[in-house]
Design a protein around this ligand. Structure first.
Ligand code: TYD
Length: 133
């Protein structure tokens, strides 16, 4: 599955820690949009979609969240719980995002501006498309 955990470079000194992510390292995609999700009720399910073209890096900059990932032929679970880790998610991967801690803030770096046409929100449609792509 085309997902990968990224350990962000971290500069630590007596004043605290600083992490960074630059376009091109370790994946190239233009960062055209940022958005962030917070104040999510514990039982809420976010995501529940796949993207036709969009690629993303997800960073849980505070708290923790769980991701259920599915590329149409395999599934994987990932726990994001550290501000110095990110998860790259390629296009055509269904994601369910659950178990937000009450303090969770999930930041998403996205390769495209928002377009509803880029979404598969119906799982069966995604599955059919993933078998032929
Ligand atoms: P959605 O992508 O379904 O959120 P999540 O993945 O967290 O479940 O988006 C929720 C709503 O917000 C939907 O009406 C589309 C809108 N939206 C924007 O207008 N711009 C954006 O950049 C994003 C990500 C969503």
């Amino acid at each position: 599955m085309n997902v990968e955990l990224i350990a962000f470079p971290t500069i630590a000194d007596q004043r605290g820690k600083l992490c960074f992510f630059e376009e091109g390292q370790p994946f190239y995609f233009p960062i055209k949009r940022l958005y962030w999700i917070y104040d999510v009720p514990q039982l809420a399910i976010r995501g529940a979609h796949a993207h036709k073209q969009l690629r993303q890096v997800l960073v849980c900059i505070n708290g923790s969240v769980e991701l259920g990932l599915n590329d149409g032929s395999s599934v994987q679970k990932v726990l994001l719980k550290s501000p110095n880790a990110g998860l790259y998610i390629d296009k055509m991967i269904w994601r369910d995002i659950t178990n937000f801690s009450s303090d969770a803030v999930l930041l998403i770096l996205a390769s495209e501006k928002y377009s509803e046409d880029d979404y598969y929100r119906n799982y069966e449609d995604f599955l059919s498309a993933s078998q032929i792509s």
